[in-house]
Design a protein around this ligand. Structure first.
Ligand code: 1HN
Length: 346
C-alpha cells in the first residue's frame, strides 16, 4: 500500500470505529501526555482603571438582588466562554452598592474574596458576619451559607476566586438558596478570628473539615506580619517574602482546593525566574512594578490583576515596595502528588 492509500484506509477505519464510540489512541497520544504542561491558558492582565468604569456601569444595569451576584467574570483569553481564569479556577470582580444585599445561598464550590475597593460592607458566612476592608482575605468554605450586604456609603468591590472549573470537571457541584435574603446569625462578629485565629484553639478542638475555621484574615494583621518579617527574614530570590494563608487547626492551606498567598517584594529587587505547575492569579495590593510572564510584560500598580499559566516562567520586579496577593490550585496538585516547581537563575 502507498502512504496515501494507507492514510485513506486508516481514515475509513477511524470513521467505522467512531460509530461504536471508539477512537485510535495513536493519533492523539502525544497530545494526551505532553512532555510538559500544554495549557490553553495564556498570560493576561486586567488593569483596574480599565475595568472599573464597566463594573460601575453594571451597577446601573442590574441590582445585586436581581443578579444574585453582580460580577464581571475575568475570562482567560485562551479559555473564553468557560468562566475560567486558569483551567481549574474562576475569578471575577464583584460590585455591591450601598444598601444592597446579595442573597444567601450555598454551593459545594469553595470561594475566596480579596477586597479591592471600598470599606465597611459585610459578608456573612456560616452564621457570622465580618466587615470587609481592602486587602482582607475572606473565605467561603464549601457548602456554607453566605450572603453579602453593603451598609456603608460607598460601592464595594472585591475579587472572587472559586474552584468552579475544577468542580465542574469533577461533576461534583450542588447548590441551594437560603429561604431568606440574609441568613440567621448565630455568633457575634469577630468570634471565629478570636477563637481560632489568635494563636489559640478551644480546648479539645478537633478539625471537622479541611477548611479553616477562620474566615476573615484581616489585611492589617497580614501587613504587619510582612513588615515585621522584612527586618529579619532573608528575601527569597524568587518570591521576596511570600507567605501562605493557613488553616490554624491543621497548618495546611486555608481551603482544600485553593491555595492563597501574600508576598512582599522589596523596592528595586529583580526576582529570579520561577515557574510552577499551578496557574496563578495575582492581585496587586500595594506598589508598582513589572512582571514578565512567558513572553508578556505586565506593568502593574495597585488593584491590577494578572494571571500566570501553569509552567510559564515568571519574573517580578518592584519599583517600590510591593505587596501581591495570589491564588492557585496548588493544594490539589500537592495532595495528588502532581505539583512541580522550578527556580531559574537571575
Ligand atoms: C458566588 O456564590 C459568589 O457568593 C461569587 O459572592 C461568584 C460565581 C459563580 C458561582 C457562585 C458569591 C460566584 C458565585
Amino acid at each position: 500500500m502507498t502512504a496515501t492509500a494507507l492514510a485513506g484506509t486508516r481514515r475509513a477505519f477511524y470513521d467505522r470505529i467512531a460509530q461504536l464510540d471508539m477512537a485510535p489512541l495513536w493519533e492523539t497520544l502525544h497530545q494526551l501526555v505532553p512532555p510538559s504542561p500544554a495549557t490553553p491558558c495564556v498570560p493576561a492582565m486586567w488593569r483596574y482603571d480599565d475595568v472599573r468604569p464597566y463594573l460601575l456601569e453594571s451597577g446601573r444595569l442590574i441590582t445585586a438582588k436581581e443578579a444574585v451576584r453582580r460580577v464581571l467574570i475575568l475570562e482567560n483569553p485562551g479559555l473564553r466562554g468557560q468562566a475560567a481564569i486558569t483551567h481549574t479556577l474562576y475569578a471575577g470582580l464583584q460590585l455591591i452598592l450601598p444598601g444592597e444585599i446579595a442573597p444567601s445561598h450555598r454551593h459545594t464550590q469553595s470561594a475566596l474574596r480579596f477586597i479591592v475597593e471600598g470599606d465597611g460592607a459585610y459578608t456573612a458566612v456560616d452564621g457570622e458576619k465580618t466587615t470587609m476592608r481592602p486587602g482582607d482575605f475572606i473565605i467561603t468554605p464549601s457548602w456554607t451559607w453566605h450572603d453579602h450586604g453593603n451598609d456603608s456609603a460607598e460601592p464595594m468591590v472585591w475579587l472572587d476566586g472559586l474552584d468552579i472549573p475544577l468542580v465542574r470537571m469533577l461533576d461534583a457541584g450542588f447548590a441551594e438558596n437560603y429561604p431568606e435574603d440574609s441568613q440567621a446569625l448565630t455568633r457575634p462578629e469577630g468570634d471565629a478570628l478570636a477563637r481560632y485565629g489568635s494563636g489559640l484553639l478551644p480546648l479539645g478542638y478537633e478539625a471537622t473539615s479541611r477548611t479553616s475555621p477562620v474566615f476573615n484574615y484581616p489585611y492589617a494583621r497580614t501587613r504587619e506580619a510582612l513588615e515585621t518579617m522584612r527586618r529579619a527574614a532573608a528575601w527569597d530570590p524568587c518570591h521576596g517574602i511570600r507567605m501562605t494563608y493557613t488553616n490554624p487547626a491543621t497548618g495546611s492551606y486555608a481551603m482544600p482546593t485553593i491555595g492563597a498567598f501574600i508576598q512582599l517584594l522589596p523596592k528595586g529587587f529583580t526576582m529570579a525566574p520561577y515557574r510552577s505547575t499551578d496557574g496563578t492569579v495575582f492581585a496587586v495590593v500595594e506598589g508598582k512594578g513589572r512582571s514578565t510572564i512567558a513572553d508578556k510584560i505586565f506593568d502593574w500598580g495597585p488593584r491590577d490583576l494578572f494571571v500566570a499559566p501553569s509552567w510559564a516562567w515568571q519574573t517580578h520586579v518592584a519599583d517600590s515596595d510591593a505587596v501581591l496577593f495570589s491564588f492557585s490550585d496548588r493544594p490539589v496538585q500537592q495532595v495528588l502528588g502532581l505539583w512541580r516547581e522550578q527556580r531559574g537563575n537571575r
